[in-house]
Design a protein around this ligand. Structure first.
Ligand SMILES: [Zn+2]
Length: 352
């Protein structure tokens, strides 16, 4: 297929999606006095935008993560308070958590950006390369989904279910929004880098920016409100299926990070994607999944198998059923974001 300028694709996609985005794509939930989570309402799918947390203090606001929908999030925040945003914490380096930085800075020029120091290397390097690839490829993927929708078939060529229909329509709208926002937005790097030992005392509010260990990326930070016992986990916790990158994630270290998170005994966990977790069952399920994958890979490697041979003998069937149930969308997500990359990540970390 001949390459078409991304802007044309973007316009076509806006039309496909029915002029994006009609709804803001999130709802705001108040979790404690002054603590508001903006939770995405999209159905599970291949495309995601991130959750966001507003922490309204005596004099100012601290925000966690800067999703692609930051312009809409700023509008929502202004409906809650007119206090200025003093700090924004990027929980890691992926676009759906950092691309909005420039938009927040435009609204509050004195804002400071808190993140792991590695963002300053990642964003101009690997991050910029990955973004260029996404901008080049996403419109075609969305166009393919539109074709499948029109044909009444899923991406595997089988009759499409209602769940898949809603998921593809959401992906198409999210790609359109991505193309409308991301290509024209510059990076804003952290100006308050932290390895995970920063406390922001804002009036009576204590906000701890911690590193519980690496898992989803090297740069994972969490935000902990000890008085309210609320934790924003970034993508260390993602529902309904974790997001694993074969070369960016650290599956063997992930259980330790989740154990450290569980040791805080949070009352509420705001995940990077998915609804607020009101108990810790799902976090424990993630911890057990990654511990089991790590153990199975280590055992195969210890027996001298290579990765291909190991892959054939590693059984994730129970996990697949627990995460996917009977949902074809979650089944596809588990294959793509867990089964394939998690084995590679665990393999790379395992020593015989
Ligand atoms: Zn991420």
């Amino acid at each position: 297929m001949r390459p078409v300028p991304a802007s044309l694709f973007s316009l076509a996609l806006l039309a496909l999606a029915g002029a994006a985005p009609a709804a803001p794509g999130f709802r705001v939930e108040t979790l404690a006095p002054g603590v508001h989570a903006a939770i995405r309402t999209d159905p599970p799918g291949l495309m995601v935008d991130a959750n966001c947390l507003f922490i309204v203090n005596d004099e100012d606001v601290v925000v966690v993560d800067a999703p692609e929908a930051s312009a809409e999030l700023i509008e929502a925040l202004k409906g809650i308070t007119d206090k200025p945003v003093s700090h924004l914490v990027n929980t890691h380096w992926h676009d759906d958590h950092v691309i909005g930085n420039a938009t927040w800075r435009k609204a509050w020029p004195d804002i400071r950006f808190v993140a792991h120091p590695s963002l300053s290397d990642y964003l101009p390097g690997t991050g910029a390369r990955n973004r260029r690839a996404m901008i080049a490829d996403a419109p075609e993927a969305a166009a393919q989904m539109k074709k499948q929708l029109d044909a009444g078939k899923n991406l595997a060529g089988k009759p499409i279910s209602d769940e898949e229909r809603a998921s593809y329509a959401s992906d198409i709208a999210l790609v359109a929004h991505y193309m409308a926002v991301v290509p024209s937005t510059p990076d804003v790097l952290p100006d308050l880098p932290t390895a995970g030992d920063l406390v922001l005392q804002r009036g009576t509010r204590r906000i701890e920016i911690r590193r519980v260990g690496r898992g989803h990326t090297e740069a994972d930070l969490v935000v902990w409100l000890p008085q309210e016992r609320i934790l924003a986990s970034g993508d260390l916790v993602v529902w309904p299926v974790p997001l694993v990158g074969g070369d960016q994630s650290h599956v063997a270290d992930w259980p330790g990070a989740l154990d450290a998170l569980l040791a805080l005994k949070p009352a509420l966990v705001v995940p990077g994607h998915g609804p607020v977790q009101r108990d810790l069952a799902y976090v424990r399920q993630l911890r057990d999944l990654f511990a089991d994958i790590t153990q199975q890979v280590r055992e195969r490697r210890g027996r001298g198998l290579d990765l291909d041979a190991a892959r054939k003998t590693i059984d994730l069937g129970d996990w697949h059923r627990r995460f996917a149930g009977t949902s074809p969308v979650r089944d596809a997500l588990f294959r793509m974001y867990v089964a394939a990359p998690a084995l590679v990540s665990a393999w790379n970390a395992a020593t015989p």
